[in-house]
Design a protein around this ligand. Structure first.
Ligand SMILES: CC(C)(COP(=O)(O)OP(=O)(O)OC[C@H]1O[C@@H](n2cnc3c(N)ncnc32)[C@H](O)[C@@H]1OP(=O)(O)O)[C@@H](O)C(=O)NCCC(=O)NCCS
Length: 355
């Protein structure tokens, strides 16, 4: 038996910052409301020429560099997204071509915000089962292209980013010890993009009705989010043979600071063990966990033997968690920690199409 572990991580966030003050000029909202109800202060917006594969490329190259792996060595690329460049071909195939990962099978995973955790679960199975030796798992979103900037319920929440992880074999009993994965299609309408594909193909009418944008029933999602992340985290902790107070670091999906705090309190974890970066990026769906993971790895916050938890919930509905006995040493000197800059844009920073 062999295990599967994370040998490299990478992230990329676009340069353009959309602050709460910018949003105040676009919809009926306030910085005070957004910070108090969500914890978000700003989020990133991809440049007009950037699509998901462009963000994914940089995050993936950084993860491969850290792992010391050539693109030609990748066996499989699992790309989790809700916003592929196009619906055909898959975003994973576009990424494969850009990376030059000619030996890799590449495919997209649609599991909304839980996509990265599901990707870890599949990659772990592929590696432990001997099907693959090197798997690249990517979470990437350009959500600002499917956010309705006329709808204050959703406009303030989402942002663009990419995160990636390289998974490879390790000794049995190390690395990814457990991954828990669930779905409940009964909750499908709580978070949806109503039109654009086979149920309701794009037409003048669907565009006029703004049905190609995200619609969300936030109040219904909130309690589900807290319950599902707590339950799933407890499951993987038990499967790993740990107790909640033994977790060194937990990376929750960054959807709402109040959701994160509620999960943390239910699990009885101190604040400094829960990773939070939502104030800078908002909800970046499948990218949120790998971006936060790369931040803590490059900051040296994980050392070999540390117990790491990750948990997520999202549209579908989907939810899941992972328990990792960290195996990788602190990032070697010389690996860039560049994220693409943090310069705020003065004045209106809304995307081009909103002008
Ligand atoms: C969306 C969310 C932040 C709303 O927070 P909330 O405390 O539940 O707020 P409510 O929906 O009860 O709305 C309270 C009031 O604020 C208003 N409001 C909603 N968005 C607002 C905004 N951006 N600015 C100002 N007011 C806003 C509502 O219209 C409502 O007004 P009303 O009382 O006059 O009807 C919260 O429910 C949430 O985070 N839910 C989970 C969503 C999620 O995680 N989605 C991603 C899944 S991966």
């Amino acid at each position: 038996m062999r295990g599967a572990t994370i040998t490299g991580t990478g992230r990329y966030v676009p340069e353009r910052v959309l602050s709460n003050a910018d949003l105040e000029r676009m919809v009926d909202t306030s910085d005070e409301w957004i910070v108090e109800r969500t914890g978000i202060r700003e989020r990133r917006v991809a440049a007009p020429e950037q699509a998901s594969s462009d963000l994914a490329l940089i995050a993936s190259q950084r993860a491969l560099e850290m792992a010391g792996v050539a693109a030609s060595d990748i066996d499989q690329i699992i790309l989790a997204t809700t916003t592929p460049d196009r619906i055909l071909p898959s975003c994973a195939c576009t990424l494969q071509q850009k990376l030059g990962a000619t030996g890799a099978a590449a495919y997209d995973m649609f599991a909304a915000c839980t996509g990265f955790v599901f990707g870890l679960g599949i990659a772990r199975g592929l590696i432990i089962g001997g099907v693959a030796d090197t798997v690249l798992v990517v979470g990437v979103e350009v959500l600002t292209r499917i956010v309705d900037f006329n709808d204050r319920n959703t406009a303030v929440l989402f942002g663009d980013a990419a995160g990636a992880a390289v998974l490879q074999p390790c000794a049995d009993g190390e690395g990814l010890l457990a991954v828990d994965m669930h779905s409940d299609g009964e909750l499908g309408e709580v978070l949806e993009v109503p039109a654009g594909i086979s149920r309701n193909p794009a037409s003048e009418a669907t565009v006029k009705a703004r049905e190609h944008y995200i619609r969300m029933q936030g109040k219904k999602l909130f309690p589900f989010a807290v319950r599902s992340m707590e339950d799933s985290t407890r499951k993987v902790i038990a499967q790993a043979g740990w107790t909640a107070d033994q977790i060194d670091l937990c990376i929750p999906h960054q959807a709402n600071l109040r959701i994160i705090d509620a999960v943390r309190e239910r699990l009885g974890m101190p604040e400094d063990r829960m990773v939070v970066n939502i104030e800078r990026y908002g909800n970046t769906s499948s990218a949120s966990i790998p971006v936060a993971l790369d931040e803590v790895v490059r900051a040296g916050r994980l050392k070999p033997g540390d117990r790491l938890g990750m948990c997520a919930f999202g549209g579908g509905a989907t939810w899941g968690a992972a328990a990792v006995s960290w195996t990788r040493a602190r990032v070697e000197p010389g690996i860039s920690d560049e994220t693409g800059g943090t310069v705020a844009i003065a004045g209106s920073a809304e995307p081009e199409r909103l002008a």
